[in-house]
Design a protein around this ligand. Structure first.
Ligand SMILES: NC(=O)c1ccc[n+]([C@@H]2O[C@H](COP(=O)([O-])OP(=O)(O)OC[C@H]3O[C@@H](n4cnc5c(N)ncnc54)[C@H](O)[C@@H]3O)[C@@H](O)[C@H]2O)c1
Length: 182
């Protein structure tokens, strides 16, 4: 039986955590991509070695190029600069626009049917960049803005624990998110 394929772009704090949570919840096979040589490969290998202990069998791959991401069902974009003390999210705009735009172009060409989940900041602007560059319909470009949703409402929703997240987007589609987060 074929399994869902999830790509995570950016192997930093957010990207590596996303891969770990998705693997532990067995949401699909995961490809982790970063520009730093060896980083995503090392993190994927480390996590894969925990699979037999934690009881998941997701196939985890690290890469520095995009060929391994082809035909992904979901692409999570976490690549970019993170805020440093004294910086606002908006201070990241110019550089992360360049990074997210470049990443989106690569993944959209190889996974034209994917759902994009954008995490990189400033989030609202990066969602627009991803939507514009990919040309995807708005239902397939979703922003992820942390666990800001009231817990009670998250608990009462149908979403799995891995997806108790507030997903934000001007174009957010609950139906799409629910389908992929089951
Ligand atoms: N939406 C949210 O709730 C939320 C929460 C936390 C962080 N963020 C944002 O997520 C982003 C990542 O945060 P982080 O803490 O993981 O940062 P990080 O610095 O730990 O990781 C970012 C990774 O992106 C990689 N990267 C940079 N340019 C790249 C490119 N062109 N292609 C592929 N990889 C590239 C870096 O090498 C690095 O490994 C930041 O923009 C941060 O502000 C958003």
């Amino acid at each position: 039986m074929s399994r869902r394929k999830i790509t995570v772009i950016g192997a930093g704090n957010v990207g590596a955590s996303a891969m770990a949570w998705a693997a532990a919840a067995e949401l699909g096979d995961i490809v982790l991509v970063d520009i730093v040589d060896g980083l995503p490969q090392g993190k994927a290998l480390d996590l894969a070695e925990g699979g037999p202990v934690l009881g998941f069998d997701a196939d985890l791959t690290g890469a520095n190029d995009y060929d391994a991401t082809a035909n992904s069902d979901v692409v999570i974009i976490t690549a970019g600069l993170a805020r440093k003390p004294g910086m606002s999210r908006d201070d990241l705009l110019a550089k992360n626009k360049e990074i997210v735009g470049g990443v989106t172009k690569e993944v959209a060409a190889r996974s034209p049917n994917a759902v994009l989940i954008v995490v990189s900041n400033p989030l609202d602007a990066m969602c627009h960049v991803a939507k514009h560059v990919s040309g995807f319909p708005r239902e397939r470009v979703i922003g992820m803005a942390g666990v800001l949703i009231p817990r009670a409402s998250a608990r009462s929703s149908r979403w799995s624990s891995a997806c108790r997240l507030k997903m934000w987007s001007h174009s957010f589609s609950a139906a799409t998110a629910t389908r992929w987060c089951r």
